[in-house]
Ligand binder design. Sequence first.
Ligand SMILES: [Zn+2]
Length: 281
Amino acid sequence: MSKKKSGRPHGHYCKICGEYKANEKFSGRGHATHICKACSRLSAAEKAETQTITRLTNFPMGRLSANDKAWLENRLHDHRPEVAELAREVYNIHFPYAERNTRKKQLIINTLAFEIHTEVFDVYGDELPVNRRFTANRISRILTMTDFDGDGVEQSMTLDGKKMSTLLRWAVHSLEIFMWPEDYDLIPSRNSIPPYFDLLPEYWPDEDEEADEDFLDEDVPEGEICWRVQIEYANHTTQEIVSYQDYLMDRPEELYLALLEYFEPETDDFDEEYAENAPLE
Ligand SMILES: [Zn+2]
């Protein structure tokens, strides 16, 4: 062991708890083995777990060596919940997109309902009020739209072949709809459970508890719903995402325009539109 004098805290280092402690906190033998008196009273299993947690807590920032990365990845599947949870936190700091991509691969939307009550700019730059509801069902391949500003009657169509699956896959893989609450920093809805399933079973209850604790009365949003998404995934989890902010973010808008396109295809050809609408001679 090299002894660096500069910048190092006083005392003797314990390799189990990772703390620098005064010499009297170590027995004679403890000095040699680098285990403080407190840690020496732990069972072998407790020592091992504490040492692992210490390593995770002091895990290097920046680029990881192949060894550190492999060790960290193994800890994600550690049978000790505290270790696995901490490893997940450390891992997510180093690889922020890994968890998102893993989740993405496992998410299949069965049903999607998208309700929108706001103003949207059309291709001519006019702001138009939108009060509509769309539903999409992967199994029945039925797509519906209700225009509350129109006759309020639900229109529906059945998509051919794999078009519905493609549409719903696009919502997951391109729009990353399951990440909207985090990406847009939306207030969690009380009955929303994020589809974190498989990946981190132990993450679930904590997430819920935290959400409840954070959900103070003052956080209850005031005002009208701007848009709401309700999703049922193939694994039977559900997700509800609500925005009370009175503007449409880019990806919800993309979803809206994509769904609208089925019912009101945009005419790119001005001449054709003009010809259709032109007054007859
Ligand atoms: Zn110790």
